[in-house]
Design a protein around this ligand. Structure first.
Ligand SMILES: Cc1cc2nc3c(=O)[nH]c(=O)nc-3n(C[C@H](O)[C@H](O)[C@H](O)COP(=O)(O)OP(=O)(O)OC[C@H]3O[C@@H](n4cnc5c(N)ncnc54)[C@H](O)[C@@H]3O)c2cc1C
Length: 543
């Protein structure tokens, strides 16, 4: 059971005063033994505080219901999905006769912004409970597919970014084959997703998002700010925007986290002396923004932005939906590029990766992993992979590890016995049948070549901004990053007589922040600061 009596933070008790507060905004409801409070998969399920009796929380992911928590008098049933608005991943039933206070999800979200002490208690409990559930053997969504398939990896990345609890049943194993038989599908249908009572073959991200309640209809209202991209910059802007009363909508083509979500350990972010994973940082920002009322949807990309005569931006999404917003904030960041090798694209997701999270780390267990790049991201990946792979080769084009990497990280890498730093070395060939099996490396000083048996290569070079979707009216620098503020004062695209604020682009009311913006430092803390500054600019513009 998740519930241990001593576990105060995950299963805190509500005071009589707090129960009275909840009663003011809720409804008293009585349930008899075995009666359901909410069901697995139920959308917009309510929060329940227990006044008397008890409520059982059941996990159905193994087929037979399994009790994972028991909430007695003065405790409450609820978890993070009360904030995200996604369907319930567990169910709740009365044990004996019980009396509860039901508060709707919408009202509980509003309360979180109104009563700070109760809000802290509930938010901490929601997050801890989810973490406990995931480590208790809860399977979540079941996904059947080969761990060497690009499509399966893509779905896993989506789950990972959107914090969807899931278990991969690798079809190269007996368990995976058994699940295919249970679902009456074959390997040709993979990846296959068990979504409630439905089985979905080869789902697109949009299918998955719809099935899991991640992508929801966007209300037809006029937003103050539409934030495109939910990396650290977009998330920070969402927290500041929503907490300062702006109607805030955030869209992302994948889910919250951005590049930071791919980081196994961020150690240079102020306030976290022992570091934290990028996914954890992103999830905290995401929940914080939800708490203040920001709306999120994914996977969504922008197809076009048009400013109408009244100055309102009409933004069309790839889904066909349109929203109206007073301002647009570009926070689409950047990502690492392919190596200029024919085979690189062929092996993407099948040995070639652009991030090193636990998903990829599993695939290089007890083998050699090659990491290409000299920045912090490559350094972190090498450190993280060294705990999973037999050995790691870190390939550097130049000869100075500290040139592009923080020195604390370079020090660690040099001390890690199974990482070999190979200076003046480039990856020049990739080979394998379906999956990457070997890479050839070349010393760019001596031209010496070496073939390595290696099923995984991690590429962290040539960050390219995501600006291909922007209208012509937004000026870019010669590397494709968005120009803002003083650097566009005399730009030909800037409407005459207009002085843009620090983060405003050549298109009035369109702002940019974080890695996508020209001249910024490509770090989390900078992106977060930029996101906050962007909201100040939005306020100035709206005045
Ligand atoms: C592996 C790795 C490790 C790192 N480690 C550190 C570290 O330890 N410390 C540190 O300070 N920095 C680190 N960084 C750098 C840091 O993560 C970035 O500087 C930071 O994430 C930039 O934030 P951002 O929000 O500007 O952009 P991003 O993080 O790139 O986020 C952009 C978001 O926009 C979305 N998007 C892109 N295009 C579209 C579109 N057309 N429509 C909708 N959405 C779109 C993406 O899906 C993404 O979620 C690391 C980066 C990597 C890759």
């Amino acid at each position: 059971m998740l519930h241990e009596p001593s576990d105060n933070a995950a299963f805190p008790r509500l005071t009589e005063e707090e129960l009275a507060c909840l009663e003011d905004i809720g409804t008293v409801r009585r349930f008899s033994d075995g009666e359901q409070l909410f069901d697995l998969g139920e959308m917009d399920y309510s929060f329940f505080a227990v006044k008397s009796g008890a409520v059982r929380i059941l996990d159905h992911s193994h087929g037979e219901p399994r009790e994972v928590a028991l909430h007695e008098a003065n405790s409450f049933a609820g978890d993070v999905d009360l904030l995200t608005g996604r369907p319930a991943v567990i169910s709740a039933v009365a044990k004996g006769d019980c009396e509860t206070i039901e508060v709707t999800a919408c009202r509980i979200r509003r309360m979180l912004g109104e009563i700070p002490t109760l809000s802290d208690k509930l938010l901490d409990a929601f997050q801890l409970r989810r973490a406990r559930l995931e480590s208790s053997g809860f399977l979540g969504i079941r996904l059947a597919g080969s761990s060497h398939s690009k499509e399966t990896m893509h779905l896993q990345e989506f789950f990972y970014k959107n914090k969807v609890p899931h278990t991969l049943f690798d079809t190269d194993t007996d368990a995976g084959q058994k699940l295919l038989r249970e679902w009456d599908v074959t390997e040709k249908d993979t990846p296959v997703l068990g979504c409630g009572k439905r089985v979905v073959c080869k789902p697109s991200l949009a299918d998955v998002a719809e099935c899991l309640g991640i992508c929801r209809d966007i209300p037809d209202e006029l937003y103050d700010v539409l934030i495109v991209g939910a990396g650290p910059a977009g998330l920070a802007a969402a927290v500041y925007g929503a907490s300062e009363g702006l109607q805030t909508l955030v869209v992302d083509r994948m889910g919250p986290g951005g590049q930071a979500g791919q980081s196994s350990r961020i150690e240079n972010y102020m306030g976290f002396p022992s570091g934290l994973t990028g996914a954890d940082l992103a999830n905290r920002g995401y929940l914080q923004a939800l708490k203040f009322g920001a709306q999120f949807t994914a996977p969504v990309s922008v197809a076009s932005i048009v400013q109408d005569d009244s100055g309102v931006h009409v933004v069309s999404f790839c889904t066909g939906q349109k929203v109206r917003t007073r301002t647009v904030l570009i926070a689409t960041g950047a990502s690492y590029q392919r190596l200029p090798l024919d085979a690189c694209e062929r092996f993407e997701g099948m040995g070639v990766y652009y991030s090193a999270t636990s998903v990829e780390a599993r695939l290089c267990r007890e083998s050699t992993a090659v990491v290409v790049g000299g920045g912090n991201s490559a350094g972190q990946a090498a450190m993280f992979l060294s705990q999973h792979a037999a050995d790691v080769r870190l390939l550097l084009r130049g000869n100075d590890l500290r040139k592009g990497m923080s020195s604390y990280l370079a020090d660690r890498i040099e001390k890690q016995s199974n990482i070999e730093v190979m200076c003046h070395t480039e990856l020049c060939e990739m080979a394998g049948d379906k999956h990457l099996e070997r890479v050839e490396i070349r010393n760019n000083q001596t031209e010496e070549r070496e073939m390595l048996d290696c099923p995984s290569a991690f590429i962290f070079v040539g960050a390219k901004p995501h600006t291909e979707w922007l209208p012509d009216s937004v000026a870019l620098d010669d590397r494709g990053f968005v120009m803002t503020g003083p650097m566009i004062h005399h730009h030909e695209k800037l409407p005459e007589g207009r002085t843009p604020c620090e983060l405003e682009t050549t298109s009035p009311g369109v702002f940019a922040c974080g890695d996508v913006r020209s001249g910024t430092t490509k770090r989390c803390a900078f992106a977060v600061g930029d996101g906050a500054l962007a909201i100040t600019c939005v306020h100035q513009y709206l005045q």
